[in-house]
Design a protein around this ligand. Structure first.
Ligand code: SAM
Length: 289
């Protein structure tokens, strides 16, 4: 059946029927705009062969759209007060499994293996903003078979994910996301598309996950340690920020030597380096250690 929840009237009706109380701590802002919902489904490119994992279905608004378009949906919702509501709003769809769990505690790799025979799934969500980064980095780092991740996030976070070197939003999150995926901002979404309205602007971003990471590097965790240190204090030179992080064990002379080998200025800052340059920097540091 066609979705019917994506408007204020039907949403309010369901919330009142169950006397639902919004929980601020769970980042609950439900979508009430059919155009935005259609846009997310088409941006995610959901087809009748796809298996979708939805994080935080809420009252099941987007879940109805996903169930209508996809072969199957697994939806993970932490708030147990929403489970009876989901049973009601999804009762006419036989291809949805609701899991009442904290998504950060679910073994999503096992879920994808069991529900989609290990084939890549699509992740689609209007994310709870307080845990956007741990959810997305968790998906990448735990090697869940994922083809793409299409999510509503805070606008500022979407801008950081998509930023290139030199841009004011460029930083550790840009590099981490772009190591694993190609980001495309699909739409900006104003607060009045949600109930209740969030205090920030939102954006839909699609991340097309690379088969192999965007660059080759000998020690991935050293590279991300270097990246984090480089952006910890924005105004500092690479030489200072890296040599001042005791965990890295890289002194000033070593940084200077590597920068010279790479033909970079001794006073260069992290915001000027591309992902490929951070990978090269890391490999060269290793050969000095
Ligand atoms: N998908 C619905 C929509 O678009 O209307 C709701 C989106 S709302 C922004 C985020 C949802 O994630 C809420 O239903 C919230 O209860 C749920 N949530 C928050 N933290 C969660 C967690 N750790 N694991 C699973 N779901 C969570």
């Amino acid at each position: 059946p066609e979705p019917r929840l994506g408007n204020p009237k039907n949403t309010i009706e369901i919330l009142q029927k169950y006397k639902f109380v919004f929980q601020k701590k769970f980042g609950q802002n439900f979508l009430i705009d059919e155009h935005v919902l259609d846009k997310i489904i088409s941006a995610a490119g959901i087809g009748s062969d796809d298996f979708v994992v939805e994080i935080g279905p809420g009252i099941g608004t987007m879940t109805q759209y996903l169930a209508y378009a996809a072969r199957g949906v697994a939806a993970v919702e932490i708030d147990k007060a929403l489970i009876p509501i989901l049973q009601d709003t999804l009762s006419l769809y036989d291809n949805v499994t609701v899991i009442n769990e904290d998504v950060l505690k679910v073994d999503l790799k096992k879920l994808a293996d069991e529900m989609n025979e290990g084939k890549p799934v699509k992740v689609v969500a209007n994310l709870p903003y307080y845990i956007t980064t741990p959810i997305i980095m968790g998906l990448f780092e735990s090697h869940v078979p994922v083809e793409s991740i299409t999510v509503m996030v805070q606008k500022e976070v979407a801008d950081r994910m998509q930023a290139d070197p030199g841009n004011k939003n460029y930083g550790a999150l840009s590099l981490a996301v772009q190591y694993y995926a190609e980001p495309y901002i699909v739409a900006n979404v104003p607060p009045n598309c949600f109930m209740p309205r969030p205090n920030v602007g939102s954006a839909v971003i699609r991340l097309d996950v690379h088969k192999d990471p965007a660059v080759k590097v000998k020690d991935e965790s050293l590279m991300f340690g270097i990246i984090r240190a480089s952006f910890n204090q924005r105004r500092k030179t690479l030489q200072n920020s890296i040599s001042h992080d005791p965990k890295l064990g890289i002194d000033k002379d070593m940084v200077a030597a590597v920068l010279e080998e790479m033909g970079l200025s001794a006073t260069v800052r992290g915001e000027a380096l591309s992902l490929a340059q951070f990978a090269e920097f890391t490999d060269r540091v290793l050969s000095h250690k």
